[in-house]
Design a protein around this ligand. Sequence first.
Ligand code: ATP
Length: 429
Amino acid sequence: MNEIISLCKRRGMIFPSSEIYGGINSCWDYGVLGADLKRNVKNAWWYTMVQMRDDVVGVDTSIIMHPDVWKASGHVSNFTDPLVDCKVCKQRFRADHLQSDRCPACGGELTEARQFNLMFKTYVGPVEESAAQVYLRPETAQGIFVDFKTIQAASRLRVPFGIAQIGKSFRNEVSPGNFIFRSREFEQMEMEFFIDDKKDDEWFEYWVEERFKWYLDLGVNPARLRKRRHRPDELAHYAKACVDIEYEFSIGWQEIEGIAHRGRFDLTQHMNQSGKDLSYYDDLTGEHFVPIVIETSAGVDRTLLTFLVDAYAEEGERTVLRLHPRLAPTKVAIFPLQKKPELVEKAREVKRLLQPYLAAAYDETGSIGRRYRRQDEVGTPYGVTIDFDTLNDQAVTVRDRDTMTQNRVVIDQLRNFIQDRMEQYKPLR
Ligand code: ATP
């Protein structure tokens, strides 16, 4: 983790927010390449969960919602963590994260646990009165539930179908930390799948497998990925089943995504609180019913951290991020062998050729070896070198990040060559 944090900082990819003011605990900025990597993670999720499916549609709902939403969802009364204070050093901890009943920092005595609500409060409009109090959403899912009827009608989808969304969530975590693993402002990628009661167990298992496969398809090492089924005593009272997808970080196995069978809880709660009918009408059978929900809920930042940790390798002189090319912020870097005007001009021309189709970088400073290494550590899968022969044979050298093999490719074929390689990418283990 420390190597990743320092790489992200050194290359300006991810670093503390408001750094010139000393930063603010657990808020992070995605900078150069970090923003691209994050967008690629979200795009990869959207591609699999929305674009490639006939039964899932995507939405983008607001962060601030009617406060009654959070009464109905149970967040106002139940979205709490147990908080303890150290009587000696005054540090605060989440009681359920502690190994013993003494302070992990100084060994001091701890206070009794108090329940602390994790929702951020704010006010809409100029008057800070209780009637104007709202919350920043702690999950994106509720936007999907309250819009269920409108979206179903507009999409004309029949159950089973899903609604997906990516967006910011906020939790006033008691003990944020481990870089972007647990922060107070983060993004989620959630999908709620609405079904009737006939094949709910099958659908649940189906989504567990689909979500697990997503990480494998994007190159995550299977030896470090597992599914963990919740014990009955761990389940929320409304949930019938829950499986966490976990990754083995240096801090141990940790949840990166949860798949939950939520029964009819959410829609029923919103029907009761709002007084509006959110049932589904099946025009084939003439039946009205409240669908059962299977939820898949992943964190963008936590998933991104998984990809970074999994991809990181140190090999002799070089540090390399073996990111799947679909996730890599830059797909191809273009280098003139020397800073000679004719090579520079040709290299710029090659960049212009690739740029509309592939995120491309250009670098002319330092030795070619150094330039390769600079790209290796940010995960650029292909390097293209323009040399003096290029001016005669219209061919370039393409170097592969993982195998470091080099191929001579004519410029006319370059785009196809790289795109084919990307499509056929297999992680090197
Ligand atoms: P934890 O027990 O770690 O606090 P949770 O079980 O409350 O997490 P969920 O409510 O299931 O988490 O959230 C779904 C996903 O959202 C998590 O798997 C994680 O990827 C992401 N997530 C939740 N809280 C945070 C956070 N504070 N920072 C970053 N990502 C988060």
